[in-house]
Design a protein around this ligand. Structure first.
Ligand SMILES: NC(=O)c1ccc[n+]([C@@H]2O[C@H](COP(=O)([O-])OP(=O)(O)OC[C@H]3O[C@@H](n4cnc5c(N)ncnc54)[C@H](OP(=O)(O)O)[C@@H]3O)[C@@H](O)[C@H]2O)c1
Length: 275
């Protein structure tokens, strides 16, 4: 819970007239975990800032951004579903990695109001995996999904030096497009579509939105998982999705979705100039 300064108070995390503002922009918004995770980081580092949720629909995104350009004590924001692809064109400048991924998830507001975007989802995912003891270098990876999070993970796994990457997605055209884009950017890596490589992969990732709802179908054929594989998730709520439960039952090592956020929270704070 955010502590509000009482008159005369100045405790860690207190909000004052000097507090710098940050945001997370999403639609819907209630499920986001970033405000509490960022608040803990701000308190840990005695940063006089607060990150608050902004519920903005796609039709209001450009107007909201223009308003935020005019807020002098606004440092930046995190963009999440469904705004990441649209932010690519709405930002004034974006990183090469964001352009490769086709999406932006973290924006810094510069002193002149310019918005500078980067994409940190994939880097956060890989750093979270490494922190848990799994280094993707020279490994074979299977990725379910070709949306915003999956695209960022695909490029970050390629950057991290996987030997092979297989991408499967409900909408085949999106999997084909992502496969082509990763192959073009990382020609030394065997990137393919389809699900034939699922059983042989060292790392199996759910990069889809499936698993948040109790009655969601599984994102991939978990019957083909085997002991020794690492099964990783992007979904944070529930902590252990049906995919992770099925993978655990098959003898896989499981890696939940929260470390992906925890690992990139510092990167986000740094990009927004807070850390
Ligand atoms: N842990 C973290 O730090 C973190 C960070 C970012 C995102 N996430 C989570 O990652 C998830 C995906 O986010 P996103 O930004 O990638 O969303 P997105 O761009 O909308 O992509 C959604 C993906 O899920 C697939 N999908 C959705 N419904 C499906 C269904 N009924 N059957 C089969 N496939 C389905 C989509 O397939 P189609 O292409 O066929 O539609 C697509 O591959 C969200 O739950 C988000 O909260 C977590």
């Amino acid at each position: 819970m955010i502590e509000v300064e009482k008159p005369g108070g100045s405790g860690a995390g207190a909000i004052t007239g000097r507090t710098r503002l940050y945001g997370i922009v999403a639609d819907p918004i209630a499920h986001v975990k970033t405000p509490q995770v960022m608040h803990a980081l701000f308190v840990e580092h005695a940063i006089d800032g607060v990150l608050v949720p902004f519920h903005v629909t796609p039709s209001g995104l450009a107007r909201a951004l223009d308003g935020l350009r005019a807020v002098e004590n606004f440092g930046g924001f995190i963009a999440t579903v469904p705004h990441k692809p649209a932010m690519l064109d709405l930002c004034d400048r974006v990183s090469d990695h964001a352009r490769l991924c086709g999406a932006v998830n973290c924006v810094r507001r510069e002193a002149d109001g310019a918005m500078v975007g980067d994409m940190l989802d994939g880097i956060g995912f890989v750093e979270g995996l490494r922190a848990s003891g799994f280094d993707p270098k020279h490994k074979r990876a299977f990725l379910a999904g070709a949306g915003g999070a999956a695209s960022a993970i695909a490029f970050a796994l390629a950057e991290a030096g996987v030997n092979a990457l297989t991408i499967a997605n409900r909408t085949q055209a999106k999997a084909d497009d992502l496969t082509c884009r990763v192959s073009a950017a990382y020609p030394g890596i065997a990137v393919q579509g389809g699900d034939a490589a699922l059983h042989d992969a060292d790392l199996v990732v759910n990069g889809t939105a499936l698993g948040m709802q109790r009655d969601d179908p599984l994102p991939l054929d978990t019957e083909r998982l085997r002991p020794g594989q690492t099964a990783a998730e992007v979904i944070m709520d529930p902590v252990e999705t049906a995919f992770l439960q099925a993978a655990r039952a098959k003898g896989c090592r499981i890696h939940p979705g929260l470390p992906m956020l925890q690992s990139q929270i510092r990167l986000m704070a740094h990009h927004m100039g807070a850390l």
